[in-house]
Design a protein around this ligand. Structure first.
Ligand SMILES: Cc1ncc(C[n+]2csc(CCOP(=O)(O)OP(=O)(O)O)c2C)c(N)n1
Length: 340
């Protein structure tokens, strides 16, 4: 691990980080209620428990650094500053959603904020991030491409191909392996020959290390250093974040496989509670300021949900707009590509 010390966050940045983590937690709790009420179709993957990994990462980047994620990506969009109304509306499939209601929970994308999306294909967003890094390299700009993916995705062959190309061409990319220790219900020790993932990048001459993904300041420090390597020294980097998701794989997973005592052990290290203690201890916020911030966040989530529920659905005859080549033929025996 590099020894150069990254700049610590200012008190104002620390308040913003706690607010962002709180917003992600409360937004996702509300999304889960909306799903149970039958207002969200398709899948819904929650990242509750992973807020430090998300906010620590985004807070260490420049707003124009391209970011890609997986299907568990509401938090990245929120941390990047996408309007919570547009995210909740997307989850509910409404026309006012960030992708016009066509993408849903797994496919949030906000190009204006350099958030290049959530993807349903495990490992699929890693080569896209590599392409974005190549674009920066080719244009000679100083943006750093960052891709967050799970330890399950790290077993996909395409990730090794990306490590190789990044190492070979010195691309400005940070590979971020969010190791929450389970791929669906499969524990990491049953899926990976070696349980540490960061050494895989080392094999491709990529500097890499592992940090506590439940500690937002540790994550921010690690990603700051990784981004500095990529931005200033034009070298790729890889960081493995050890974390835990509190919920099952998706809302349709009853989460009966994981041990209850194990879940409680990780919840005892809750990233929000831990970081609140830091802010209280350092006198950056007092208990009433935290309570006020939480109440404001709840209002933002209420407002986003009301907005989404009151928004129009996508008219059926426009459902395929910007999804398929036009004219779209909905005859199951025909194809838009071959029909005149
Ligand atoms: C190519 C591909 N294979 C399988 C799946 C089914 N699938 C969806 S999520 C998942 C587990 C991925 O685990 P991990 O990468 O650790 O991320 P996590 O869900 O834990 O955040 C699998 C196997 C898929 N979506 N895409």
């Amino acid at each position: 691990m590099s020894t150069s010390p990254p700049a610590g966050p200012t008190p104002e940045e620390m308040r913003d980080m706690l607010r962002a983590m709180t917003l992600i937690r409360r937004f996702e709790e509300r999304a889960s209620e909306e799903y149970m009420a039958g207002r969200i179709g398709g899948f819904l993957h929650l990242a509750i428990g992973e807020e430090a990994a998300i906010v620590g990462t985004v807070s260490a980047l420049r707003p124009d650094d391209p970011l890609t994620s997986t299907y568990r990506e509401h938090g990245q969009a929120l941390a990047r500053g996408t309007d919570p109304r547009a995210i909740m509306a997307e989850l509910l499939g409404r026309a006012t959603g960030i992708c016009g209601g066509r993408g849903g929970s797994m496919h949030l994308m906000d190009r204006e904020r350099s958030f290049y999306g959530g993807y349903g294909i495990v490992g699929g967003s890693v080569p896209l991030a590599l392409g974005l890094a190549w674009a920066s390299h080719y244009r000679g700009d100083d943006r750093v491409s960052v891709t967050m993916f799970g330890e399950g995705a790290a077993n996909q062959g395409v990730v090794s191909e990306c490590f190789n190309m990044a190492g070979l061409w010195d691309l400005p990319i940070v590979f971020l392996i969010l190791n929450n220790q389970y791929g669906m219900g499969t524990p990491v020790e049953r899926a990976a020959a070696v349980e540490d993932f960061y050494p895989r990048a080392t094999a491709y001459d990529i500097e890499s290390w592992k940090v506590d993904g439940m500690d937002v300041l540790a994550v921010r420090a690690a990603i700051s250093e990784a981004a500095r390597l990529a931005r200033e020294e034009r070298r790729p980097a890889c960081v493995e974040l050890l974390a835990y998701r509190y919920k099952g794989h998706s809302m349709s997973d009853p989460d009966t496989v994981r041990d209850a005592a194990e879940k409680e052990r990780w919840k005892a290290r809750d990233p929000l509670v831990t970081f609140e203690r830091v802010l209280l201890g350092e006198g950056i916020m007092d208990a009433s300021a935290i309570a006020q911030m939480q109440a404001e966040v709840d209002q933002v989530v209420d407002d986003a949900t009301e907005f989404a529920k009151g928004s129009p659905e996508v008219p059926v005859d426009q459902l395929a707009d910007q999804v398929y080549a036009q004219p779209w033929n909905d005859d199951p025996r025909g194809s838009a590509l071959v029909n005149p």
